[in-house]
Design a protein around this ligand. Structure first.
Ligand code: NAP
Length: 242
């Protein structure tokens, strides 16, 4: 592929899988992390043992200044950005009446504003190059809503609306914008679920299993290779939401 790709939240879970696989295929990867420095360094080391280099870059992408620096670093080093993957995110289970202003703002800043900042920062370069691909990782809960995750669902629905609107605005500049809306994926994000809760969820899923990070990563690769898909929300969910 040989593209310059920024992936936010690539120290763990889905972002890490995407970073690893795209690096193995010969791309230039800027893997962003915030708190998980140890995991980010381990990822770099694991790949360098296989003679693959990736850049790891610490930035809290919920902050404009950090997002700006991450993009400036990439353009200074490589001169362009071909692909942006807005993956960084957090989740929180809380009854609606218990959500504080701080919970709400933290969720929106981390899951939605980060994508706004990152996308706005990369846009001038992509528009100048008349070429680009932006992939936002949203969630089925942005499509159908989730009890006790109102702020999370709102942040993801916002991402999907941004995807559709930007696809229209940036299409003439040959920039494709799509969302991947996963169902339940086996990562640390779901570590608080008990085995019983997981079994109950599996029973609701037609394919009767939890998704893997690989399932999402395969879709990312397809979207990168594709040339005629934009403004779409692709839900990788085992049939949980149809
Ligand atoms: P995860 O294992 O908890 O990883 C989250 C990643 O986001 C970490 O690398 C974390 O980095 C990063 N992150 C969080 N806040 C950040 C910030 N302010 N700045 C930079 N990075 C930040 O979660 P995951 O399951 O891989 O989730 C990845 C994305 O998929 C999220 O957007 C999530 O909402 C979405 N998703 C997940 C599922 C699921 O079932 N797992 C389902 C649907 C959608 P640090 O640890 O370094 O801070």
């Amino acid at each position: 592929m040989n593209k310059v790709i920024i992936i936010t939240g690539a120290s763990r879970g889905i972002g890490k899988e995407i970073a690893k696989e795209l690096a193995k295929k010969g791309n230039t990867i800027i893997a962003n992390y915030n708190k998980s420095e140890k995991q980010a360094k381990e990822l770099k080391e694991e790949l360098s043992n296989n003679k693959i280099n990736i850049n790891i870059y610490k930035a809290d992408v919920s902050k404009r200044e950090d997002a700006k620096k991450l993009v400036e670093y990439t353009i200074k080093k490589y001169g362009k950005i071909d692909i942006l993957i807005n993956n960084a995110g957090i989740s929180q289970f809380k009854e609606f009446t218990q959500i504080t202003d701080s919970d709400w703002n933290n969720m929106i800043n981390t899951n939605l504003n980060s994508a706004f900042y990152m996308t706005q920062e990369v846009c001038p370069n992509m528009i100048h190059n008349k070429k680009g691909c932006i992939i936002n990782i949203s969630s089925i809960w942005g499509l159908v809503g989730s009890s006790c995750e109102v702020h999370y669902s709102v942040s993801k629905a916002g991402i999907d609306a941004m995807t559709k609107s930007l696809a229209k605005e940036l299409g003439p500049s040959n920039i494709r914008v799509n969302s991947i809306a996963p169902g339940i994926i086996n990562t640390e994000m779901n570590k608080t679920l008990t085995q019983e809760e997981i079994n109950n969820i599996k029973e609701e899923i037609p394919l009767e299993k939890i998704g893997s990070t690989k399932d999402v990563e395969r879709c990312v690769e397809w979207l990168i290779e594709d040339d005629y898909t934009t403004g779409q929300i692709i839900s990788i969910n085992g049939g949980w939401v149809i």
